[in-house]
Design a protein around this ligand. Structure first.
Ligand SMILES: [Zn+2]
Length: 189
């Protein structure tokens, strides 16, 4: 699977749309200028099941797994989730402020949620990601770059903007693979 994406009015064409209420407005006149890569799996290191989607919609049954009780009541979201299959799901319009980064700072600018786009890969710190996830992520980033040109060259992991607090996307995430895919596809555009 390799999808070509485009963005219209903050909506990623080519993605599945599932609405999350976990967002608010970005501060006025904020330029979107950073893409943050994360990983998530629920329960940790287990894939499938639809629990991430339920979590971002505040519909997760906290009793379905002991781990879920440790995140009970948390209200979070990301703009996008890329499943192991490569399916891309959008939860929050890019022009709105998703709740993915928490306390964070990039190049001296705090509160990354204000000015970033958050992309979760279904994955964990202790397992490799799927090739199709890198392909889809690179295609999505190219679409984001063309809609929000200030994001170009500003790509970070959650661990980069919240060091000591967050470890994702983790040591298995291959930045080099991602950068090569982005670069080679920029050349063919
Ligand atoms: Zn994260």
């Amino acid at each position: 699977m390799m999808t070509t994406f485009s963005i219209k009015d903050g909506i990623l064409q080519g993605a599945t749309q599932i609405a999350s209420t976990n967002f608010n407005q970005r501060p006025e006149n904020t330029d979107i200028r950073l893409v943050v890569v994360h990983n998530i799996s629920l329960p940790p290191s287990q894939f499938g099941g639809g629990y991430i989607q339920q979590f971002f919609q505040n519909q997760l049954d906290w009793n379905a797994h002991p781990y879920f009780q440790t995140i009970q009541g948390m209200q979070v979201s990301a703009h996008l989730l890329i499943l192991r299959s490569g399916e891309v799901i959008q939860f929050v319009n890019f022009n709105d402020r998703a709740w993915h980064a928490g306390r964070s700072s990039y190049l001296g600018q705090v509160e990354c949620n204000d000015y970033s786009i958050g992309i979760e890969l279904e994955g964990s710190d202790d397992l490799p990601f799927e090739a199709v996830q890198y392909q889809q992520l690179s295609q999505v980033i190219l679409a984001i770059e063309s809609a929000y040109p200030k994001t170009r060259q500003h790509l970070a992991g959650h661990s980069d903007i919240a060091p000591g607090r967050k470890t994702d996307p983790g040591d298995f995430f291959q930045w080099q693979t991602l950068r090569q895919l982005i670069f080679s596809q920029r050349m063919t555009k």
